[in-house]
Design a protein around this ligand. Structure first.
Ligand code: A3P
Length: 296
């Protein structure tokens, strides 16, 4: 069975100028009012920047590398998605969070200015993961093809323009990466890069461990690096989003764990598209110096 009658590609509605799925926009007041516990951890990303990978690393660190403990439930149940609202009976992120005791690991794709202020008032820790724009775009394009609740991506060439204009779900990548970058010191946000995680996963797992004030043995760190390799997560039913029924995530179109590489954009952008994108990038990013790498 393909798309069932209840699955629709939800239209986007702007919330303070940021396009969000209508179910999120319509529940905005409840999301904005969310009060986390000071012990809660926020994992924030632009969609497709390495959220699931980071969620898995954090869960394993919190469970001292216990693979079985981290297979107790699928990712979105272990680490709820703050703003997600789907048509009933699918539980919203807020419903799941209400039933969980702190400390909770909470995922969000909201740009900094839309994160409920309770997180900063309560001095919650937050990890931000950023991925270079071109690979992030390619990954999002495939995700929008397979996720039957997101707006239709259309042809790749047009998608590049939508990305540059910031009209995709959750808005502008440029504003997103900048928003957290500019606040990272004041809010004690750990700002990570997908490319660094690929280059030296052990170093980044150790950074996360230190940020969370945890201490696990070298052996356990090796184990976490192994368990969170792309290959192992792709095969892990509790991490590969096979929990989402196929009419919603059609993984026959593109698997959630698609490629997991740095530089895949080279297989998608023509030389001309790349030039156009780079020129626009210079303009949109001229006010910050965030050390992104499009190749490692
Ligand atoms: P690709 O589409 O480039 O393969 P998110 O979790 O934020 O939705 O991000 C998904 C992207 O992260 C996908 O990128 C996915 O393959 C990649 N990813 C997930 N787990 C990974 C891992 N363990 N190592 C490397 N990349 C991973």
């Amino acid at each position: 069975q393909k798309a069932s009658s209840t699955i629709t590609r939800f239209p986007l509605i702007p919330v303070r100028g940021v396009p969000l799925m209508n179910y999120i926009a319509n529940n905005w007041d409840n999301i904005w009012a969310f009060r986390p516990d000071p012990s809660d951890l926020l994992i924030a990303t632009y969609p497709k920047a390495g959220t699931t990978w980071t969620q898995e690393i954090v869960d394993l660190l919190l469970h001292n590398g216990d693979a079985e403990a981290c297979k107790r439930a699928p990712t979105p149940v272990r680490s709820p998605f703050l703003e997600i609202f789907s048509p009933p009976p699918i539980p919203s992120g807020l419903d799941l969070l209400e039933k969980m005791d702190p400390p909770r690991v909470i995922k969000t794709h909201l740009p900094f200015q839309l994160v409920p202020p309770g997180f900063w008032e309560n001095k919650c820790k937050a990890i931000y993961v950023a991925r270079n724009a071109k690979d992030n775009l390619v990954s999002y394009y495939y995700f929008d093809l397979m996720n039957q609740t997101q707006p239709e991506p259309g042809p790749f060439g047009g998608y590049i323009h939508k990305f540059m204009q910031g009209v995709l779900s959750w808005g502008s990548w440029y504003d997103h990466v900048k928003g957290y970058w500019l606040e990272r010191e004041k809010r004690n946000i750990l700002y990570l890069f997908y490319e660094d995680m690929k280059e030296n996963p052990r170093r980044e797992v150790e950074r996360i461990m230190k940020y969370l004030d945890l201490s696990v043995s070298n052996e356990v760190i090796s184990q976490i690096v192994e368990l969170t390799s792309f290959k192992n997560m792709k095969e892990n039913p509790m991490a590969n989003y096979s929990c989402i029924p196929s009419p919603v995530f059609d993984q026959s179109i593109s698997p959630f764990m698609r490629k997991g590489e740095v530089g895949d954009w080279k297989n998608h952008f023509t030389a001309e598209q790349s030039k156009l994108f780079d020129e626009d990038y210079e303009k949109q990013m001229k006010d910050v110096d965030i050390p992104f790498r499009t190749l490692i």
